[in-house]
Design a binder for this molecule. Structure first.
Ligand code: NI
Length: 392
């Protein structure tokens, strides 16, 4: 839209910089975990109402508001997730979590603050806005089955033409944008296996069916699915993250339970793991006289960015933020339930870099010392506002 120059968008975003930092710090100090975001949702609701909007709760802990331009047009949804993680914070920041066992360790506090900033700016720009911007403040991104699907089921995408969202991203330098069409995040599936042997005296293994060496073989054999059975040109990760067995040094236990996660982009590779993990466990157990039970749980779908929306959004971000800060996104094997929106409408999810070595902001997502570079909050506001003006 020619009526709004990129300089002005950046100025407007800069104008809410201090607000965005204050909102982010309030949310950071008061984290709530997935599906428990009651005070967070109330706080967001009150801020939106103070901008003259009419927010509502499509589910108990999510918030949606619409900004309708004076000119008719299409509808763009912008999503920010709001939930924290069950981690005890160790940053020592003055606005650190006041709730032991809960922490914004993924940056969702920043996402919420950036979308509030965009809401404030866009509310004041109604007279120049075409179509509708729908703000989706989503609960429970971190916990399967996730808040996105619940919001979709509640009808928040009715009448929406496209959806965008971002994640503050530590692998990327502060202020940089990573955006690309195609796959961006993986399907985060989980699995568990229970190896059932027959315990006994540790000095008489021949009288038992020892599930421990068997579980060790299963763990190693599962890696062989990645290295020998999955197509090497199609990424796959299998991590065994839980091993539980035994109660004493001199007792062979009856059972070992294993748990872990599989990350894939491709449906065929995903199906391979879904089938073969159980087959490998059963085969090895049968070979040594044990049995097993196993379960494979499908998680979120992979994010697959729409080509047209991604191209339009990338062009808007180059225009607003500068050619030099936008680069081709590197996909990640993390999971993101933004994909639930993309099953309904075309969309694009992009990375917003927030790593700053000079400020010591280097800890990875989900770490007890994770934090974000607050300088990028206004960048995120500018990105959302610019997207609204250019895409509609
Ligand atoms: Ni996250």
């Amino acid at each position: 839209m020619e009526t709004l120059h990129s300089d002005r968008v950046r100025q407007l975003a800069h104008g809410v910089r201090e607000d965005a930092i204050a909102w982010r710090r309030h949310l950071h100090a008061n984290p709530e975990t997935s599906f428990n975001e009651r005070e967070t949702a109330r706080y967001v609701f009150d801020q939106l109402a103070s901008f003259g909007l009419r927010p509502y709760h499509p589910t108990p802990t999510s918030v949606v508001a619409s900004i309708e331009g004076v000119f008719s047009g299409r509808c763009l949804a912008i999503r920010a997730d709001m939930d924290a993680l069950p981690i005890t914070e160790e940053t020592g920041l003055p606005f650190a979590s006041q709730t032991p066992g809960a922490m914004h360790a993924c940056g969702h506090d920043g996402h919420t603050a950036m979308l509030l900033g965009a809401a404030k700016v866009l509310s004041a720009l109604r007279g120049e806005l075409q179509g509708e911007v729908r703000l989706l403040f989503q609960h429970a991104e971190e916990l399967f089955p996730g808040g996105a699907q619940e919001m979709v089921d509640a009808g928040v995408l009715d009448g929406v033409d496209m959806v965008i969202g971002t994640h503050l991203w530590l692998p990327l330098t502060s202020g940089r944008i990573g955006i690309a069409a195609g796959p961006l995040t993986a399907a985060p599936d989980t699995f568990s296996i229970e190896v059932l042997g027959r315990g006994g005296h540790a000095a008489q293994p021949h009288l038992t069916v020892d599930p421990v060496p068997l579980a060790a073989q299963i763990i190693l054999a599962l890696q062989q699915l990645v290295s020998r059975e999955a197509d090497p040109l199609r990424p796959a990760v299998l991590s065994v993250t839980q091993v539980h067995a035994g109660t004493a040094d001199n007792v062979i236990p009856d059972r070992v339970t294993l748990g872990g996660t599989v990350r894939t982009f491709d449906e065929d590779v995903r199906k391979l793991f879904e089938r073969r993990i159980g087959e490998v466990a059963e085969g090895l157990c049968a070979a040594f006289g044990a049995t097993c039970t196993h379960r494979y749980q499908r998680g979120y779908r992979p994010i697959r960015n729409d080509a047209a929306v991604s191209a339009a959004l990338a062009a808007a971000l180059r225009e607003v933020l500068g050619e030099e800060v936008v680069e081709e996104a590197v996909p990640s094997m993390v999971g993101e339930d933004f994909s639930a929106y993309q099953q309904r409408v075309p969309g694009c999810f992009f990375w917003l870099g927030s790593r700053n070595e000079a400020k010591g902001i280097v800890y990875p997502h989900h770490h007890a010392r994770f934090t974000i570079d607050e300088d990028v909050l206004e960048t995120g506001v500018a990105a959302f506002v610019g997207a609204a003006l250019h895409l509609l």
